[in-house]
Structures are given as C-alpha cells and as structure tokens.
Design a binder for this molecule. Structure first.
Ligand code: GDP
Length: 460
C-alpha cells in the first residue's frame, strides 16, 4: 500500500439514493479533476467550494453526470492529503462509471479503510480515533454512538497519554541511574520506583476493568429469555421489539434455535435472545436446541425467566424450567406472564420461582400490561451494569495490548525491587511503553494495521 498514489472509492452507502459521493485522496487529485471535471463557472474548481459541472469520461469524452465537485487541498483534510469529491446522482451505475473514470485518469480503487489508514499514517488521528470512526459508523444506539464520539474526540487517547507520561517519568528516573549502576542505589529510590510502577499498573487495571462495560455499551447488553416452552418468551420479546421478529406459536418447542435481535431501550443497546424452552426431550433437534440455549445462558448479562402463570407449576420443574440451573453471575428478572388470565400458581411456586431474582414482574404479552415495566427494569439493570464510564477500551486488541503492558510492568516492578539491575528494569519499562504506544501510534507492523482497517468499509 503506497501513500504516493491517489485512491478512489464511493464514500456513501451502496444502493440508490439522492446523491452518492465519490471521493479521491492523493497527490493527483488536481490533475484528475482537470481531466474529468468541466466546471460550469468561469472561476473553475476553487478550493473548499462546491462547484457544479459535468463529470466526463476522459477516454470517450462522454458526460457521465451533472454533479457538484469540491477540492480540498492538503493538509487540512480527513486523510491529510489532497481530497477531491464528486457529489453525483445516487445511482449505482453512475458511481461505477465515475470511479472507473477516475481509475482511467490514474487513480487506484481504495482498499477497505484506506482513507482512514492514510489519516492515521499522516498523523491526522491515532489508531484509537480511527477505530472510533468505524464504531461510530456501526453504532446501533445513541449510547454506542456517544461512546464512539468520545473516543473520536480523544477521551481514551488522553487517558492513555497520561499513563504514558507516568511511565516515561519512571523510565527517565531509572535511566538516570544507569550511569551510576556500580553504586548501590539508596533504598528509598528503589521504593519510589516500585511505587511509581505500581501506580501505572493500577491505572491500566482500571482501564481494563471497564472493558466489558464499554463493550456492552457499544455491542449491547445480552438479555437471554428462558423458561418453559409456551410461557410466552417470544411474545414478550416481540412486545419489547415492537414488531413481530420471533415466531409465536401455540405448539410447544417452536423456537428451536437461539434467535437474537438488537433493540434500543431508552438509548441503550440490548441484544435480546430467545431460547428454546429448557426441558428434557426425546427429539434430538430439541435436545440440541436446549443445549444451545444453555450455552447462550452462560453468556447472558441478564436472564429473563418467563413463567406462564395461567398453568400450574410443577415444583420439580422449578429448577429446570423457569430458572437456569447453573449460577452464571447474570442478573435475573422473573416475569409471571399471561396476567390477563387467572393466575393458578401457588404461593409456594411463586416464591420458589422468584428466588434469587433481582426483579419480579407480572406482565401480559397479549395485552401489553407490564411490558413497559419490563423494558424499564432492563434499562435500569443495564445502566447499573455499564456504569457511568463510557470512554473505556472496547476491543480485544486494546485488552491484549494492555495485558502485555501489564506483564512487562510486573516484570519491571519485580526487578526494581531488586536493587542491583536497573538496566533490566529499563528494558522491561521500554517494552511496556512500546506495548502501550501500539494502542495509538501507527507502527511498522503492517499485519496489525491490515487487520484493523480490514474491518472498515470501502470508502471510509
Ligand atoms: P414461548 O414458547 O415461550 O416463546 O411462547 P410464545 O411466545 O410462542 O407463546 C406461546 C403461546 O402463548 C402463544 O399462543 C401466545 O399467543 C400465547 N401467549 C403469550 N403470552 C401471552 C399472554 O400474556 N396472555 C395470553 N393469554 N397468551 C399469551
């Protein structure tokens, strides 16, 4: 991948629309514009101004579209390079021809994420901010978009920067003593370094502890519905979704596989998973479905145990049916469904089913009664799980890099406690610094960059 060539791609979503934007970035933007754009105005294509004109196929001279073009000279652009955009009519065939026209004039079709990759390589943003752009584009709910926006504004980068400064200070302290390593270091100096390293470790651990919360903010809190077949799990989920995504049927065992849907409850993302009822069966398909349901339950942040209150409950079923048997650490909500029908549950059954529940609700998926309360309960539990902090790390890449930083810091701390080897302490601290910097800085590991930007769409 070369920074010396000019890349082109459609920056808007594929498909038909009012307009589509074809974007070019690189040193040949002006030359390409001269060959394929004929401005209507005498002033020509002035920088930073939308100019109307004809987009021309330079090979045939044929007019491809009547469009607006804008030329943005480097370096104050997204990529830090010259950027040229054609705002065409939003027809896929027009886009295809304009892109092909640019290629005929010397541009190359961009790889996924190549515009953002250039922005990073040209120092316009760090890797975390580039990832935030991908997160923002993919955000499904307001909370996820807000977290991505904070990261884009540098909230996480600043937090890491401050850790980096602390780390640099310890390193400078250790390196200052290298020249005098023959002399025994005063004990208080060793202790000061051990304490300083411990403080950096603590900061990193704080960041790591927010990992699952920020992932939940972005990817959704996992809510798994469980209970006996026919209890009304699918119907309740449909109520929460507001549309008929799940199959609802009178025949028990309809939901054989785990079905998931993302829903926005008050700006917070939830992934609602409907599982097959937990029950013993002779059918191998059903047994498989139940085993998948159990696997899904193990990953739940919240389990919603749905109980049909209109049928008697066999106490022997209480463990296997209404409640997942194993303790998963998930929050529990128990819903006594079908409140529109007479409740036949004994008090003992209700108490047994409500055991260890964080919330107990009565609802009717048929009439909608109690469904808002269920949504509200999920929202409250959700904000309790995610906490107030949003500008945390959210990717496995971040978690792994911080994990490696901690490993080197732990080694440095052990060595620092041993008063005789400052060189080795410095070595471990430098390694920790490299790991930490890999989160934000473009570094010479093309493979890692490839992996990060492959997640982006073309034109981003
Ligand atoms: P699941 O197997 O637990 O997913 O249950 P379904 O959502 O498929 O519902 C099973 C049956 O119960 C269907 O006939 C639903 O229409 C019915 N049902 C679900 N919720 C209610 C309710 O609150 N009241 C009444 N009367 N029927 C319900």
């Amino acid at each position: 991948m070369y920074l010396s060539d000019t890349i082109v791609a459609c920056a808007t979503a594929p498909g038909r629309g009012a307009i589509a934007i074809v974007r070019l970035s690189g040193p040949q933007c002006v030359a390409i514009a001269e060959r394929m754009f004929q401005p209507r105005s005498q002033c020509g294509l002035e920088p930073w101004r939308l100019t109307r004109g004809n987009v021309i196929d330079s090979r045939s001279g044929q007019c491809l579209d009547d469009a607006l073009a804008v030329y943005c000279p480097a370096p104050r652009t997204y990529t830090g390079e010259d950027v040229l955009e054609f705002h065409c009519h939003g027809a896929p065939v027009v886009v295809e021809q304009v892109v092909a026209g640019a290629v005929a004039c010397g541009a190359r079709v961009a790889e996924p994420g190549e515009f953002s990759r250039r922005a990073v390589l040209n120092g316009k943003m760090d890797l975390l901010q580039a990832e935030a752009i991908a997160d923002l584009v993919n955000a499904r709910v307001a909370a996820g978009a807000r977290a991505a926006w904070d990261q884009l504004q540098g909230a996480l980068s600043r937090r890491l920067q401050s850790i980096r400064h602390d780390l640099l200070r310890v390193l400078a302290d250790v390196e200052a003593s290298l020249d005098f390593s023959d002399d025994e270091l005063p004990e208080e100096d060793c202790q000061r370094r051990v304490d300083a390293i411990a403080a950096v470790q603590k900061e990193i651990r704080n960041l790591l502890s927010g990992f699952s919360a920020s992932r939940r903010v972005r990817n959704g809190i996992r809510v798994v519905f469980t209970g006996l077949p026919n209890a009304g799990k699918s119907s309740l989920i449909n109520r929460l979704l507001g549309f008929g995504r799940m199959i609802v049927s009178k025949e028990p065992g309809t939901t054989r596989d785990v079905v998931e849907e993302c829903v926005d409850l008050g700006g917070m993302a939830f992934v609602l998973a409907d599982t097959a009822g937990l029950r013993e069966s002779d059918s191998s398909a059903e047994t498989e479905a139940v085993s998948r349901a159990r696997a899904t339950l193990r990953e739940a942040d919240v389990t919603v145990c749905v109980v049909d209150s209109s049928v008697p409950y066999d106490a022997a079923d209480a463990e296997g049916g209404g409640m997942p048997r194993e303790e998963t650490g998930a929050r529990r909500v128990v819903v006594f469904n079908k409140s529109d029908l007479a409740c036949v549950l004994t008090r003992a059954a209700r108490e047994s089913l409500s055991r260890r529940a964080d919330r107990v609700l009565r609802a009717s998926a048929a009439t909608g009664e109690g469904c808002d309360a269920l949504g509200e309960a999920l929202r409250e539990i959700g904000s309790d799980i995610t906490g107030p902090e949003a500008a945390g790390i959210s990717r496995i890449r971040h978690q792994e890099a911080l994990g490696r930083t901690l490993e080197s810091l732990a080694a440095a701390r052990t060595l620092a406690a041993d008063e005789t080897v400052p060189e080795l302490v410095a070595l471990e601290l430098r390694q920790a610094l490299r790991e930490l910097e890999s989160l934000t800085q473009p570094f010479d590991n093309e493979e890692v960059l490839d992996r990060i930007f492959a997640e982006f769409c073309i034109g981003k």
